[in-house]
Structures are given as structure tokens and as C-alpha cells.
Design a protein around this ligand. Structure first.
Ligand code: KIV
Ligand code: ZN
Length: 558
């Protein structure tokens, strides 16, 4: 226990912001997104991406609609340098897309970064240095002024180098790296010092990126930091406030969202949240969160499986099956009560109406998923899910009482197999339960006559397919007459309790299917009959119920 000692850690400090406004805001627009997959994401990989992988990911990011993409750290990595050159020389940057590259605020690195960008139409040059207390005191051994000097000298160099490349439209970005571990007044001072060097205007804005390099607090504290900063930064109208959150506490998306509510304009992140340690903010989740609230995320995520494949190929990392929105299981319900609710809601969901389906925050079809994966059957599943699968895949519309009857067969099977039950297996079980290969009685020829408002039935009952037994019965309708005939034949009380039928739309011969429930001497039995003739289907269903009772010795077999 001595090693696992929470007293080793200090709680984060809250921000005194009594008149904070962000909690009352609602996100009603998407931020400007910047993908940092090819830089921050790449830096965090066990095996950094090859040029081919970078190229595939670049194409995917452009296809998704990203307008700003950080493509590397060219002064720190030769492959990154070469990739930037390749994009520029091969003319692969669409006119409406701006590439961004990162550099530390160090003279030799800044010069090399400009070299990498030579000839580009427009670029964001992103310069950073670490500002947190721990970095100042323990890594750089510099006081506040020393750290500000690094940032300002970097900003001056960036500004002056840019003048040497007038063919490029430059946008400057500054990150006080480890912002969340930096005293707010100092973060403000250093950013204002950089802003003063760059002298941004409304037409030529600069970007101030406020990274949660390490996520250190609950997201509300990050939002307080952002609102505090936005309210005080110089030339706010000429500065784009950007967020860059990491996921150390698992709240990077929440921090990004609250940070936007607190006044930020732009968000940096990665697809599926790949990035250092527990990752960068996952843009897919934040974008889909907006989408599910009726806000256009300005990213086309309709081909989610393609995005997942690309991420897997390029990062060599799996995507968790329960990853928000994207995981292969996130639109699947195994639990019976969830399946029932989903089935009911889906059948009532009208196209023009807002989406309102229990347990499904969005329509899976929107991201290229099919309804097939919504309901899957295992031993936790109930009647609703089983009925849904039979209707969806085989056009069988089971009435509720038959769903109850059949679900026990599926549950018993799933429990025995200890696994998921596929749709074709459910159908096989249905066939075995209601159309067994061997049965006691079948219906031979029959005639019906109507006399004085009563139907009179004469039929031949086949016993075990061979012996024949004549039947007679009467009643109001053929079904009642047949029940009467069987009652006389068996000498037991038979009452028709439930009846339901429908045409089998998927059957080429326009077959009908009939579901029957009988009460045979106090015991309920279900049967199913199918035929091209609806009367025959009903009589088969009645015999099916009686055969099932005979099979389990619930009636005396004649
Ligand atoms: O996490 C971080 O602080 C970064 C900066 C370089 C922006 O990636
Ligand atoms: Zn980062």
C-alpha cells in the first residue's frame, strides 16, 4: 500500500471567476478544425508513419473537409521535411486548405522550417516554447523573463523570415506549451508579448493556441482558464483563440467543448484521438457530438468505416469497438429491454421528424452503418430483438405472444452455446420449433360447406403421414369448424386464443403465414402454418400447435 499513496499528489487549483459566462452558453457552430494527426499524432506512434502512410492520411483529411492540417515538424525530422516538400512540389494542397508546421522558438529551427515551406501559397507557422512552472524551474532553469525572451525572439525571427518569402501568405501561431500548468497571468503576459511583435489585424489575424499539453484538471477549470484569457488578451478581435487538449484524465473532448463555450474559435485534435500518452482530443467525437445536436460539424463523416480503416492503416493502432460513434459495437444492442425500445422507436421514426430513438443518439445510417448491426442476439437478448431480426431478414412479423413463446428457444440455445446467435441460426431455430421434420398429424383433403350460417368441415387427418382418420366439425368459419373437429377427435377441450396472419412479402409464391395460439385443456400452445392459401395456412397452424402439445405429451396421442 505504501507505494499507492495519494498524498503524493496535490489537487488542482480552481480559478476565481465568479461571473463566468461559459456555463450558460450552448454550442451552436463548429470550430475551425485543425488536424494535428500528421504531427502530434505521428510523434506519438511506436512506428512513425511512412511517407506512403502520411500521404494516405493526408488524402483522407482533405476528403473529410479539414481546411487546416498540421503536417509535421520539418526542422526536427527529415521525413517530415521531405513530406512537406512533397506536398508543395507535387501540388497536392488544394487552394482552400492551409498546411501548418510546428517549430520550437529556436533560431536554427525556425530558419529550416521556412526552407521546408518554400513556394507554398499559404501556411501557418506554429512556434512554441514551454511556459509552465515545472518546465521553467526544473527543465530550463529560467525565470519568467527568460522564458518570455525565448518566445519574443522566436516571434521576431518568424516575422522577419516571413518577409523573405513574400510569395507565401503567412499566418503565425504561438503556443505557450503546457499552458494548463502555467500561471494565468504569466500565460497572458507571454502571449501578449508575442502578439505585440506580430501586430495582427482583423484582416491578418494570428493564432494563439492554449494547449492542455497535460490534462491536469476537470474540464470546467480549463474553460475558466480560456474565458479568463479571452477576456484579457490584447487585440482579441485580431486573435484566433485555439484549443489543443490532451486526454490524460479522459476528458479532452469535454475540455474542448467547454473551452469553445468559453470563447475559443478553433480546435486542434486528431482522428480517434491518437496522440501522446492517452492521446489528443478526438475530433471525430467532438464533431459527431455537434452533429447529434443538429449543428453542422463542417466535416463529412458519412463514411466512418473508411476513416477507421485509414486510421488503422496509418497509425497501426486498433479502434476500440466501443469508441464513441465509430466503434463497431456502438450501435448494437444485446440487452432485451434496449432491443424492445429500439424496435418500437425505429418503427415509429418518420423521415421528416427529428431523430428520436431510445439508446441511439444518432441514426447509424448517417455514418454508413446499416440497421443490421443495431440488434444482435445473445443470451441477454429478449423477444423484441429476436422478432426484429426475423422481420428484418425474413419478413416474419411475429405477434407478441409468439415472440414470448419463441424467445425461450433462442435463449436456451444462446446459453448453451455461450455465444452470439446469428440471424440465420435464429431462423433455423424458428423452423425447427414450428415446422419440425417429424410430426404426428397432417391435414389431408378437406371440404367445407356452409349451411344455415354454419360451416361444416369434412377432412382427412393423416396420422404419421400414413394412416388416415376422417374428421367432421362445425362452427362459425373454417377455423372454428376445424378446432371443433380436432376437439372431437382428441376428446380434449381446445379453444382458439390468438390468431394472426400476414402475407409473406419475400415469398415468390405469395404465401401466407398464420400464427395460432390454442388453449388445450388449460395449456397454451403455439403453432405456425404457411401455405399459398390462407385457410390452409390457418389449419396448418392449428395442427402445428396440437402437434407441439402431442410432442411434449400434453395431449393423449391417438
Ligand atoms: O501538446 C502540446 O502542447 C503541443 C504543442 C506543441 C502545441 O503539441
Ligand atoms: Zn499536443
Amino acid at each position: 500500500m505504501a507505494q499507492f499513496d495519494h498524498k503524493k499528489y496535490e489537487p488542482f487549483k480552481s480559478i476565481s471567476l465568479p461571473s463566468r459566462r461559459w456555463p450558460d452558453r450552448v454550442l451552436d457552430r463548429a470550430p475551425s478544425w485543425c488536424s494535428v494527426d500528421l504531427r502530434d499524432g505521428n510523434q506519438a506512434l511506436v512506428e512513425p508513419m511512412t511517407t506512403r502512410q502520411k500521404s494516405i492520411l493526408w488524402d483522407q483529411l482533405v476528403k473529410l473537409g479539414f481546411k487546416e492540417i498540421e503536417v509535421g515538424f520539418p526542422s526536427a525530422s527529415i521525413p517530415d521535411f521531405d513530406f512537406v516538400r512533397q506536398l508543395i512540389e507535387e501540388n497536392r494542397i488544394p487552394d482552400d486548405v492551409t498546411i501548418q508546421v510546428l517549430t520550437q522558438a529556436r533560431p536554427e529551427l525556425i530558419g529550416r522550417t521556412f526552407e521546408a515551406l518554400k513556394g507554398v501559397k499559404r501556411a501557418i507557422l506554429h512556434v512554441y516554447n514551454s511556459t509552465s512552472t515545472v518546465q521553467r524551474e526544473q527543465v530550463f532553469d529560467l525565470d519568467r523573463d527568460g522564458i518570455i525572451k525565448i518566445a519574443v525572439e522566436g516571434a521576431v525571427l518568424v516575422r522577419d523570415y516571413a518577409l523573405q518569402y513574400p510569395e507565401t501568405e503567412w499566418v503565425f501561431e504561438y503556443s505557450p506549451e503546457s499552458f494548463t500548468g502555467t500561471e494565468l497571468d504569466f500565460a497572458l503576459d507571454i502571449c501578449n508579448a508575442v502578439i505585440d511583435v506580430w501586430n495582427p489585424t482583423n484582416d491578418r489575424k494570428c493564432i494563439i493556441n492554449l494547449p492542455a499539453t497535460v490534462e491536469m484538471s476537470t474540464p470546467n477549470v480549463y474553460a475558466d482558464q480560456i474565458e479568463w484569457f479571452c477576456d484579457r488578451v490584447n487585440r482579441r478581435e485580431s486573435v484566433v483563440i485555439s484549443l489543443h487538449t490532451h486526454n490524460d484524465r479522459g476528458c479532452a473532448v469535454a475540455a474542448g467543448e467547454l473551452g469553445m463555450m468559453a470563447g475559443a474559435d478553433r480546435v486542434e485534435g486528431t482522428l480517434m484521438g491518437n496522440g501522446e500518452r492517452t492521446g489528443n482530443m478526438d475530433i471525430i467525437t467532438m464533431a459527431m457530438n455537434l452533429y447529434s445536436q443538429g449543428v453542422n460539424p463542417n466535416l463529412d463523416l458519412s463514411r466512418m468505416d473508411e476513416v477507421i480503416e485509414t486510421v488503422k492503416i496509418c497509425t497501426q493502432l486498433p479502434v476500440h469497438p466501443r469508441h464513441p460513434y465509430a466503434g463497431e459495437l456502438v450501435f448494437t444492442a444485446f440487452s432485451g429491454s434496449h432491443q424492445d425500445a429500439i424496435k418500437k422507436c425505429l418503427s415509429k421514426q418518420e423521415e421528416a421528424k427529428p431523430w428520436q430513438v431510445a439508446y441511439l443518439p444518432i441514426d447509424p445510417a448517417d455514418i454508413g452503418r446499416t440497421y443490421e448491426e443495431v440488434i444482435r442476439i445473445n443470451s441477454q437478448s429478449g423477444k423484441g430483438g429476436i422478432a426484429y431480426v426475423l422481420e428484418r431478414d425474413y419478413g416474419l412479423i411475429l405477434p407478441r405472444w409468439l415472440q414470448i413463446d419463441f424467445s425461450s428457444a433462442v435463449q436456451a440455445f444462446a446459453e448453451e452455446k455461450e455465444s452470439e446467435v446469428e440471424s440465420d441460426t435464429i431462423f433455423d431455430l424458428f423452423q425447427q420449433t414450428y415446422f419440425p421434420e417429424s410430426y404426428r398429424w397432417a391435414l389431408g383433403d378437406y371440404q367445407v360447406k356452409r349451411e344455415s350460417g354454419v360451416d361444416l368441415l369434412n377432412a382427412m387427418l393423416l396420422v404419421k403421414g400414413k394412416a388416415q382418420h376422417p374428421l367432421t366439425g362445425s362452427g362459425n368459419g373454417v377455423v372454428a369448424a376445424f378446432v371443433d373437429a380436432m376437439q372431437k377427435f382428441l376428446g380434449q377441450k381446445i379453444v382458439l386464443v390468438e390468431y394472426s396472419e400476414h402475407a409473406l412479402s419475400r415469398s415468390a409464391d405469395a404465401e401466407a403465414i398464420c400464427y395460432i395460439q390454442l388453449n388445450i385443456d388449460g395449456e397454451r400452445r403455439c403453432g405456425v402454418g404457411r401455405s399459398n392459401d390462407i385457410v390452409q395456412a390457418s389449419l396448418n397452424g392449428i395442427l402445428g400447435a396440437i402437434n407441439s402439445a402431442a410432442e411434449q405429451n400434453a395431449i393423449d396421442a391417438a
